[in-house]
Design a protein around this ligand. Structure first.
Ligand code: ADP
Ligand code: 5GP
Length: 204
C-alpha cells in the first residue's frame, strides 16, 4: 500500500454500545463517505435492508466466498459469520472515499494490518448495566441473544487497549461530536502525510 492514501476509520465495541447510531452521524456529515457493508449469516433485524446494513447470506454461500478469496477478513461473532469484502474497499480507496468499518475486535486487528493508516475507535457505554438496558430497549434481539452478547462484551472489553481512541458513549450529543472530531482530524492527518510525500517528489 506504499504511496496509496486512504482515510479509514474502524469502529468496534460491544453489541448495543452505539456503533450503528454513531455510524449514522458520520454518514450524514462526512463528504464522500463509504460504509463497508459486511456480509453476514445472521438474520436481518426488522428495519434492516439487504445491501444497506449488511448483505445477508447463507452459511454455504459465505463459505464459498471464503474459498474464492472474497474477504479481506472474516470472523465468527456471536455464533454467526461476518466478513468484509475486498472489492468495494479497493474501489472506495481509488475513489478517495472516507471508509468506515464496523467490525469486531479481531476484524479490527486484521484491517489494521492491511491498512496501517487506518485509525480506530472502541465504543463503550459507561457500564454493563447501561449496555443491557440499551440492548433490551432496542428491542431487536431475543433474551437469549442479549445474554450471549452481554457475556461476549466482557471478553471484547479486554481488547480496548489495541484501539487508537476510546469513546464512552454516554451523552448522545457529546458522542456525536466526538466521533465527528475523530473522523475529521483523521482526514487532516492523512492529508498532511500526502502533502509531505508530494513535496518530497517535487524536490527530486
Ligand atoms: P450497536 O450498533 O453498537 O449494536 P446501536 O447503535 O444499535 O448499537 O445502539 C443500541 C441502542 O442504544 C439503540 O436503541 C440506540 O438508539 C441506543 N443508544 C445509542 N447511543 C445512545 C446514547 N448515547 N444514549 C442513549 N441511548 C443510546
Ligand atoms: P450485529 O449482529 O450486532 O450487527 O454485529 C455483531 C458484531 O459483528 C459487531 O461486533 C460488529 O462490529 C461485528 N461485525 C459486523 N460486520 C463484521 C465484519 O465484516 N467482520 C467482523 N470481523 N466483524 C463484523
Amino acid at each position: 500500500m506504499n504511496n496509496v492514501f486512504y482515510n479509514m476509520l474502524i469502529i468496534s465495541g460491544p453489541s448495543g454500545a452505539g456503533k450503528s447510531t454513531l455510524t449514522q452521524v458520520l454518514q450524514e456529515n462526512i463528504a464522500n463517505f463509504y460504509f463497508s457493508i459486511s456480509t453476514t449469516t445472521r438474520s436481518p433485524r426488522e428495519h434492516e435492508l439487504h445491501g444497506r446494513e449488511y448483505f445477508f447470506t447463507t452459511k454455504e454461500a459465505f463459505k464459498e466466498g471464503i474459498k474464492n478469496g472474497e474477504f479481506l477478513e472474516h470472523e465468527e461473532v456471536h455464533d454467526n459469520f461476518y466478513g468484509t469484502s475486498i472489492k468495494p474497499i479497493t474501489q472506495a480507496i481509488q475513489e478517495e472515499k472516507f471508509i468506515l468499518f464496523d467490525v469486531d475486535v479481531r476484524g479490527h486487528n486484521s484491517i489494521k494490518k492491511h491498512y496501517p493508516l487506518a485509525k480506530s475507535v472502541f465504543i463503550v457505554p459507561k457500564n454493563l448495566q447501561v449496555l443491557e438496558e440499551r440492548l433490551y430497549s432496542r428491542g431487536t434481539d431475543s433474551k437469549e441473544t442479549i445474554q450471549k452478547r452481554l457475556s461476549n462484551a466482557k471478553e471484547e472489553l479486554k481488547y480496548a487497549n489495541a484501539f487508537d481512541y476510546l469513546l464512552i458513549n454516554d451523552n448522545m450529543t457529546s458522542s456525536k461530536q466526538a466521533i465527528l472530531h475523530v473522523a475529521k482530524s483523521l482526514m487532516f492527518v492523512n492529508h498532511e502525510t500526502k502533502m509531505r510525500t508530494l513535496l518530497a517528489q517535487y524536490a527530486l
